[in-house]
Write a protein that binds this ligand. Structure first.
Ligand SMILES: [Zn+2]
Length: 230
């Protein structure tokens, strides 16, 4: 039993200092400039063009407002990865700021790959059966309906992003997405109310699905701007 206490103390300290569970260690950046998995030489998860990122069918007026940006993040392997976010042009600076914070506090993000990436293409469709979510992938723009509803999701406008779906599931009654996922704030990569990522989003005017009452969508952040196309 005594052996367990240092571990518990350590875990408590990490949670207290960072506000949420992050990576306990990562590679040193200085002196490893050219090693794979560092800021100057990240593992590349996604490197596609904007037109490739917009291959999944959507009305042109929805696509026109999207931009693709490169982001750096620590993945669960402790290495720095480079991914890409497709987001509404008016939210580009917000997303850059959130990823800057995530990198600084070493909050692990599994992967950040647009849903129109080849790896989510199956039988003539992109992300047909939610492969992105099942792969614990973080993504933003996605022309689709709301989960379990008929209206367009904020993802269709590029006004929303889902982060680490496996650690941060959608929970409504007995429905849990992705299937079998468990929300455990002690696990690295889990979003909690005290997490710097959540605080950054909130300070920028975003709404977090973890604060919702009727259901919990812990992976989901949205900032709803003007939806009209006039
Ligand atoms: Zn979402």
């Amino acid at each position: 039993m005594a052996k367990k206490y240092p571990y518990l103390l350590c875990l408590t300290l990490i949670l207290t200092l960072s506000g949420c569970a992050t990576l306990k260690k990562g590679p040193a950046v200085r002196g490893e400039k050219f090693a794979l998995g560092t800021i100057l030489n990240p593992v590349v998860d996604s490197n596609i063009t904007l037109s490739e990122a917009l291959r999944k069918p959507a009305p042109p007026e929805f696509k026109e407002r999207q931009r693709i940006i490169d982001v750096l993040y620590y993945s669960f392997d402790g290495l720095v990865h480079k991914g890409q976010v497709v987001i509404n042009e008016r939210l580009v600076s917000d997303i850059r700021e959130v990823f800057r914070v995530a990198l600084t506090v070493k909050f692990p993000i599994n992967s950040v790959i647009p849903v129109s990436h080849d790896r989510f293409y199956k039988e003539g469709e992109w992300n047909a059966d939610g492969q992105s979510m099942l792969s614990n992938n973080t993504s933003a723009f996605n022309y689709r309906k709301v989960t379990g509803g008929k209206s367009l999701s904020m993802h269709a406008y590029g006004f929303a992003i889902d982060i680490n779906p496996v650690q941060n599931p959608y929970i409504k009654g007995k429905i849990v997405l992705p299937d079998g996922a468990v929300y455990d704030p002690a696990r690295p990569g889990t979003l909690t109310r005290n997490c710097p990522i959540v605080n950054t989003f909130i300070s920028l005017g975003w709404d977090w699905g973890g604060n919702w009452k009727s259901l919990k969508d812990y992976q989901h952040f949205e900032r709803v701007l003007d939806k009209s196309f006039n």
